[in-house]
Ligand binder design. Structure first.
Ligand code: UDP
Ligand code: MG
Length: 136
């Protein structure tokens, strides 16, 4: 049975800064993802704090929110069969050092904090995150 899903992807500041936007989009497309919507924006730290609220008790929370708001990002709605899990697989582990060959984070990630991409971790969070950036 088909299970077309949508998920939220972000190309983070470290990757936009290194002009990796087209290469990363190409990886999504060649892996069968459709980019339904996309925009390049820069967000305020307060918005990053809201987006990453689930991590507010973590020691890395403040730096993470500073970082996500430090430069332009590209936010995208990706669509594919089982898109949420498929995107997490294509991204690779949070720490690029642990990421498998062929994943975006293995290829482009610099460090556990500058790991080039974000992807929703569940279907429910995908809906919340898509609304966060694309609700008019
Ligand atoms: N992060 C960090 N230090 C850590 C763990 C995470 O800076 O020790 C950052 C990293 O940018 C990561 C984000 O916080 O992508 C969100 O963490 P999460 O555990 O949700 O990882 P992800 O879902 O992005 O793989
Ligand atoms: Mg996460």
């Amino acid at each position: 049975m088909s299970n077309i899903e949508q998920t939220l992807s972000i190309i983070k500041p470290d990757a936009v800064e290194r002009n990796l936007e087209s290469e990363i989009k190409e990886m999504f497309k060649s892996n069968g993802f459709q980019i339904l919507k996309e925009k390049k924006i820069q967000i305020e730290k307060a918005e990053a704090e809201k987006f990453y609220k689930v991590h507010e008790t973590k020691p890395f929370y403040n730096d993470l929110c500073e970082y996500l708001s430090s430069g332009p990002i590209v936010v995208m709605i990706l669509q594919k069969e089982n898109a949420v899990k498929g995107n997490r697989e294509l991204m690779g582990a949070t720490n690029p050092k642990d990421a498998e060959e062929g994943t975006i984070r293995k290829k482009y990630g610099i460090s556990i904090d500058k790991n080039s991409v974000h992807g929703s971790d569940s279907v429910d969070n995908a809906k919340i995150e898509i609304d966060f950036f694309f609700k008019d």
